[in-house]
Design a protein around this ligand. Structure first.
Ligand SMILES: NC(=O)c1ccc[n+]([C@@H]2O[C@H](COP(=O)([O-])OP(=O)(O)OC[C@H]3O[C@@H](n4cnc5c(N)ncnc54)[C@H](OP(=O)(O)O)[C@@H]3O)[C@@H](O)[C@H]2O)c1
Length: 303
């Protein structure tokens, strides 16, 4: 494939890949985005912003290798089973296919976006343990790689069913229990900086997070941003008893695996200031927050 792009971004029409591609473009770097459908609205919007499109599918290995021609650095991310679009095994095979392709084509730097719960032993949650497997596989290959492990996204709190529209927001943590989170904007610019400086980061694994946030913080900041009281409470015992997925995740928050262990002050020294929840709510998250406040009532839809 001809072209001048330096970086290939997978998942470019999605949350993480989109944030990474836009952060690279903001640095004046040339980006190729891997898309399944170059005619989708998101792909067209990216092309208009300057992203060169490579069409392919993560189940089609030759299309991955073709997209890597002439590329210096690759950003790898996959969807996971809570999305309902892949199994845990498919996530692993897609992550390995990108890594194998990077090795086969002599890519000089692979950045794999894993998850905060990876590398901390078996969790019993398929979409966390899948990431530990992909990490281990990447480390076994002769490809210079950086692994980033993002905390939960602030954006995840805007998914339907958490109660912002009812004035009673529910989430995993207790009112005074802290959990680390990151705004996609920060995730994008940190991974972009890592892609731009392989000599500094290759071989490292970085836990990345922007803020440590309690339930009380959520109540205060959501209420402030909404201009009305939004009460905070942890998911009810009844809900946790009836929903295996949420109960297991809540247990992993309580035992620290999902609560996050990033050294945020060190990250800020390295990458600059992270968005606070208040800044995110009045900036990149404003439209999502307003939609969530005005959404019709529905069930929980976490991923
Ligand atoms: N939510 C959180 O708080 C959180 C925190 C840490 C880690 N994570 C992890 O983040 C990952 C998801 O990242 P995200 O939120 O950026 O995903 P996302 O917004 O759902 O985007 C998924 C991207 O993957 C592309 N894609 C899906 N199947 C593909 C295929 N077969 N071939 C090529 N491209 C394909 C999609 O393209 P199309 O436009 O063609 O669909 C889209 O660009 C998951 O592994 C999740 O576990 C999430």
């Amino acid at each position: 494939m001809a072209g001048v792009a330096e970086f290939l971004v997978f998942g470019v029409t999605g949350q993480q890949g989109g944030a990474v591609a836009r952060a690279l473009l903001a640095e004046g770097r040339k980006v190729r985005g891997f898309v399944r459908d170059p005619h989708s609205d998101k792909a067209i919007a990216l092309a208009e912003e300057g992203v060169e499109l490579a069409t392919g599918d993560l189940f089609d290995r030759p299309s991955i290798e073709r997209a890597m021609a002439g590329i210096k650095g690759v950003f790898s991310v996959q969807t996971s089973s809570p999305s309902g679009r892949v199994s845990d095994e498919q996530e692993v095979s897609q992550g390995k296919a990108i890594a194998d392709s990077a090795a086969a084509t002599g890519i000089k730097h692979l950045v794999y976006s894993s998850g905060g719960a990876a590398g901390k032993g078996h969790t019993g949650m398929g979409h966390f343990d899948s990431k530990s497997q992909i990490e281990a596989y990447i480390r076994s290959l002769p490809v210079p790689a950086t692994i980033t492990r993002p905390a939960s996204f602030m954006e995840m709190m805007m998914l339907p069913g958490m109660g912002l529209n009812t004035g009673n927001f529910t989430f995993f943590i207790r009112p005074q229990q802290a959990m680390q989170m990151i705004a996609l904007h920060d995730l994008g610019r940190i991974n972009a900086q890592i892609l731009c400086h392989p000599e500094r980061y290759a071989g490292k694994t970085l836990e990345i997070s922007g803020q440590s946030i309690t339930g009380d913080d959520l109540q205060r900041e959501f209420s402030q941003a909404a201009g009305r009281i939004i009460r905070y409470q942890r998911f009810s015992d009844d809900l946790l008893a009836s929903n295996d997925f949420l109960r297991k995740l809540t247990e992993l928050v309580d035992n620290g695996v999902v609560a996050g262990s990033a050294d945020i002050p060190a990250l800020e020294r390295e990458f600059g200031p992270m968005l606070t929840l208040a800044q995110w709510l009045s900036g990149p998250g404003k439209a999502l927050f307003e939609n969530a406040l005005n959404a019709p009532e529905t069930g929980i839809a976490l991923r």
